[in-house]
Design a protein around this ligand. Sequence first.
Ligand code: C2O
Ligand code: CU
Length: 715
Amino acid sequence: MRTGHTAALLGIGALLVGAGARAAPHAPGPCDPRADSLHPAPSRDLYCIELFPSDPDGGAHGTAALEWVPGPFTASVAADGAQQFNLRFALAGLPPLPPGRRAGYVAWAAPPTLMPLQRLGAVREGSTLTGPVGFDRFMVLVSAEPDTLSQTRTGPIVLRGESASNRLRPPDLFQFALGATAPPMPEGHAHHAMRDSLGWSGVPMPPGLTMLAAEMALRPGTPAWLPSAPPGTPDVRPMQLVSLQDGDTLDLTAEVVVRTIGGRSYPMFGFNGQHPGPLLRVGRGSEVTVRFTNRLPLPSTVHWHGLRLDAPFDGVPHLTQEPVEPGATFLYRLRFPDGGIYWYHPHVRDDIQQDLGLYGNILVQPASAAWPKAREAFLLLDDLLLGEEGLVPYGRDTATHAAMGRMGNLLLVNGEPRWRLTARQGERIRLFLTNAAGARTWNLSFSDTTRMELAGGDIGGYAEPVPVDHIVLAPAERQVVDVAFPRPGRYLLINRVRALDHVNGRFFSQVDTLGVVQVYPETRLISTHPIRWRDSALARELAAFVARAPEAEARTLELGVSFAGLPFVAERLMRLDSIYFMPVEWAGTMPGMNWATTAAQARWRLRDLATGRDNHDIHWRFRRGSLLRLTLVGARDVLHAMQHPIHLHGQRFLVLAVGGIPNHHLVWKDTVLVPAGGTVELLVDLANPGPWMLHCHIAEHLGAGMMTTIFVEEE
Ligand code: C2O
Ligand code: CU
């Protein structure tokens, strides 16, 4: 019996291998047994449901893989924030069917209460793709039905299984007791708002969540730091447009400014006194010089995110230049070989400098030759962490929030808590979205029906528009979306995500309004039809590049973490937490533990699975003009698994596959979100010589070591 079982399972494996090989030589799926270190699969524990027979002697068995739903974003989620998966069933040993002309097997999904039962569709021996499923946690059933078209289940259940998220339970009483018993507090800790000897008071709680007493007593082990504003510090000014011609020079100064948010003033940072920094408009193929002056109290640099420029001007401290000391100047010579929307930010203590407001956009025109005319709006999204006494300080010597990254509790567009735009009914508006937040991934949509088409991504456009009803934007990513509002009225720009209350093992929704579009009636006749466009030259370029995939060298990096010197409580909480990881942690729901963990305790890593080397011990060298097929895999067997927005400097790449599923929404990118325990396969164009940083763009993960350098050499 046991032997037969194993043999039959291997049979399913062989079947999947066959299917995979026919489609494309992509990475394996989560239930696929052929994974190895060069071809890693998404975490079997998180993304493969084992199906168990109702009749233990019947011999039926199988799996249901939670697959990526193909689309323009590597995290599949609905506009309302629910995670989405297609289910791929692999079944064997199914029992005889009941009599009936349309008898067959049907798959169902349901929340743990088994109501409502969602019909996924008919399934059969071997492999069947169904879906999508949008429950936070769910059961999967396969029944033998007299009529496969039936919308309700009448036949017997032959197989059942449950999602990994369904393992979440409120922790048992012992764990609660442990968490509730705070260690004896040293003098000065008794009141939440009192500062300890390093200058820390508490950290704000997200509404609706409880924090265990022991967690609330945690403090970061580095002195607290905030900038100060001497008298005469200028008030911040809004972003200004600067058009630069070929050969122009721009003076760019990083300095302390005073920002007023919700009636309170904070010393923060700005470029040329502005927040966001000036929006630079340049022509594709032009060259400009930026004379950067550092008037911050900290060393700094400027990195030009996404540009395929010359390496000496890439702004990476100790790699391409020495940090620019306070009072000093550095000349950046920028060139712009590709159209698109880019951004710039410092690359020294990003967790402080970017968070305090140092970032701005660059628009390289034409961004796409094929885009229809539209009115342009630029949105840099960010968040700030405010406590009762103002900005929660930063770690002076090392980053705080080194577990999940620093997520703010005040959401900002262009530095304002409420972004505003007016539009005419039916008018085409092109939104250039940039995620300048240190850790937050957004799931954006409008409060009412709009026509939204994705026109571009990190580097330039799509070959044709992609209709969407929401936009996922990971740290450092850009999305270009054309919107038209069909009716007059107010449309809210909202962020809708699912969050996990770890203490109670419960999912909940977070919905935040970022801004409002006021739409005025248009009296002239307006067309409600989308404009079709197509960039045939780009389509050819992308297809030709993908066709070169077989010549690419294949490498794999695993994204993981280890911790050292965590307080007992934090370690226990993380362990409890590791029962299940969401594909994307959209909200910060472990605030105390996360805050108190510094980059001295967390070691985030990129690991070359072929050599076992981590971060800067990886010495990858490639020839200029060669191609790299890079698989990024999120480790599941770590104390904290989460998504990572991985950025490669100075080059561009395409996303070939997500979780082993081929991606057909191609756009040139420089940053990609790798879901927790998931896989993403890239085809990298190594056309630009130099030493180039590859790193996680969550500022605190970068601060905790999650980076390496790729060397692209001339012959
Ligand atoms: Cu915007 Cu090294 O990154
Ligand atoms: Cu990361």
